[in-house]
Ligand binder design. Sequence first.
Ligand SMILES: *[C@@H]1O[C@H](CO)[C@@H](O)[C@H](O)[C@H]1NC(C)=O
Ligand SMILES: *[C@@H]1O[C@H](CO)[C@@H](O)[C@H](O)[C@H]1NC(C)=O
Ligand SMILES: *[C@@H]1O[C@H](CO)[C@@H](O)[C@H](O)[C@H]1NC(C)=O
Ligand SMILES: *[C@@H]1O[C@H](CO)[C@@H](O)[C@H](O)[C@H]1NC(C)=O
Ligand SMILES: *[C@@H]1O[C@H](CO)[C@@H](O)[C@H](O)[C@H]1NC(C)=O
Length: 169
Amino acid sequence: MASSRLLLALAVVAGCAVGLAGATDHIVGANRGWNPNINYTLWSGNQTFYVGDLISFRYQKGTHNVLEVNQTGYDNCTMAGVAGNWTSGKDFIPLNEPGRHFFICGNGLCQAGMKVAVTVLPGAFVGTEMVPPPVSDSTASAAASATSFSAAWLTAAALAVAIAIAAVA
Ligand SMILES: *[C@@H]1O[C@H](CO)[C@@H](O)[C@H](O)[C@H]1NC(C)=O
Ligand SMILES: *[C@@H]1O[C@H](CO)[C@@H](O)[C@H](O)[C@H]1NC(C)=O
Ligand SMILES: *[C@@H]1O[C@H](CO)[C@@H](O)[C@H](O)[C@H]1NC(C)=O
Ligand SMILES: *[C@@H]1O[C@H](CO)[C@@H](O)[C@H](O)[C@H]1NC(C)=O
Ligand SMILES: *[C@@H]1O[C@H](CO)[C@@H](O)[C@H](O)[C@H]1NC(C)=O
């Protein structure tokens, strides 16, 4: 009986730890989706992107598409530096690298505003808050994030064990 309660408590903690590591899905244009005549600079300025998040494009399949290009491609609405293309109408694109990322529509409507630039920050989830790394060195910040995450996890685990023991007693 005691050990099954302990196992249950630990399973709950493990479930929470997985939940904490979830990523944000940034839906481009929110409920307006990926369409012409929307100012995506306003949209992206209202979001904070971290490594591990997703950016997703919702549009009518066959009408629009998504190309990842470089800054030259973004500025001029060309395919310069094309690094990927998506056409499903519901495209989930992982943001795995920090830095600037540029996406345009490749069907001629880039000129009509179908272009979006995002800045992806390194960072990590701790609890429900996303905490930017304290230093700019990427190796050091990865280590720092990992440390604070395991500290949070250990605290939660210790708490659950204490609760389980109290329940048994
Ligand atoms: C989008 O909004 C920003 C901020 O108000 C503005 O600087 C920019 O010119 C706008 N872009 C377009 C294409 O209207
Ligand atoms: C920015 O975010 C706020 C709060 O979520 C929202 O009310 C507002 O409409 C957003 N603005 C734009 C341009 O998306
Ligand atoms: C693209 O636009 C930039 C300005 O953003 C300009 O300097 C560059 O010459 C343009 N490149 C091409 C190939 O048009
Ligand atoms: C984008 O890619 C094109 C073609 O590969 C290249 O000529 C251009 O210099 C690149 N622009 C930037 C800003 O890296
Ligand atoms: C689009 O993606 C397909 C497969 O993912 C690839 O074969 C093709 O070269 C890509 N085209 C461009 C323009 O990047």
